[in-house]
Design a protein around this ligand. Structure first.
Ligand code: TYD
Length: 222
C-alpha cells in the first residue's frame, strides 16, 4: 500500500484556514479520495484536554516553555493516534496547523527561536514533514480584524472564549507573520504561500491547483 499524503494548512488566526480546509475536504470527497481531517492543538481526546489548557484565557498565564511543551505533547499524540496510522493506510491527511505554527507562534511570537522548536520536532515528532503546506497569508490587518470578529461571535454564542492568543498585541502577530515568511523562504519546495486579499473562491482555486500537482506526482492523476 503506497503511503498517503500529508497536507498541512497554516496561517495567522483569522486567515480563513478553517473554511478552506472544509472546502478542500469536500473537493477530495467528490473525487473519492480518502481523507482524514484533523487540527492542532486538539483532534484526539488527550489533545482536546491539552487544547483547553492552552487556549482558555481565564486560566493562569502559561510560561512560554510550558506552552511549547504542551503543543508538542498534543502533536505527539496526534501523530501516534491519527496521522501515522492514516498515512500508513494510504489516506490523505489534512491537518489544520502543525509544527510551523509552533515555530511561528512560540519560536517567533514568543521569541523562543526556531532552533529550539526544530530540535523538539526532531526529538518528539521523528522529524515528520508534511508533503505540502498551504500557508494562507492575507494582510496582517485583515487577519487580525477577522480573528477579533470571530472570537466575539464565539464568546457570545458559547460563553467560552478561546482568545488567549488573540489577546496578544500587534507586535506579537507581526513576529508570527515574519516567522511564517521565513519558513516559506527556507522551504519553498514544501510551502506554497497564498497571499493577497483574495476571495474565498480564489484561495480555494489556488489550493486545488497546488494539491492537484502533488496528487499527480503521487498517483499520476488528480
Ligand atoms: P485555533 O482556534 O485552532 O485557531 P485557528 O482557527 O486560527 O487555527 O487556535 C489555535 C491557536 O493556537 C492559534 O492562536 C495558534 C496557536 N498555536 C500555537 O501558538 N502554537 C502551535 O503550535 C499551534 C498548533 C497553535
Amino acid at each position: 500500500m503506497p503511503r498517503g499524503l500529508f497536507i498541512t494548512l497554516e496561517g495567522l488566526d483569522g486567515s480563513g484556514k478553517t473554511t478552506q480546509i472544509k472546502r478542500l475536504a469536500a473537493w477530495m470527497d467528490k473525487r473519492n479520495l480518502q481523507t482524514v481531517v484533523t487540527r492542532q492543538p486538539g483532534g484526539t481526546a488527550t489533545g482536546d484536554r491539552i487544547r483547553a489548557l492552552l487556549l482558555d484565557s481565564g486560566s493562569a498565564p502559561l510560561a512560554s516553555m510550558t506552552e511549547m511543551a504542551l503543543m508538542f505533547a498534543d502533536r505527539a499524540q496526534a501523530i501516534a493516534e491519527i496521522i501515522e496510522p492514516a498515512l500508513a493506510a494510504g489516506r490523505i491527511v489534512l491537518c489544520d496547523r502543525f509544527t510551523d505554527s509552533t515555530e511561528a507562534y512560540q519560536g517567533g511570537g514568543r521569541q523562543l527561536g526556531s532552533e529550539r522548536v526544530l530540535e523538539l520536532h526532531r526529538l518528539i515528532c521523528g522529524d515528520l514533514q508534511p508533503d505540502l503546506t498551504l500557508l494562507l497569508l492575507p494582510s496582517l490587518e485583515a487577519s487580525l480584524a477577522r480573528a477579533r470578529r470571530r472570537n466575539e461571535k464565539h464568546a457570545a454564542k458559547t460563553g467560552q472564549d478561546e482568545n488567549r492568543f488573540e489577546q496578544e498585541q500587534g507586535e506579537f502577530f507581526r513576529r508570527v507573520w515574519e516567522k511564517y515568511r521565513e519558513i516559506a523562504r527556507r522551504d519553498p519546495g514544501r510551502v506554497v504561500v497564498i497571499e493577497g486579499n483574495l476571495s474565498i473562491d480564489e484561495v480555494h482555486e489556488q489550493i486545488v491547483e497546488a494539491v492537484s500537482e502533488r496528487l499527480v506526482a503521487l498517483h499520476g492523476a488528480a
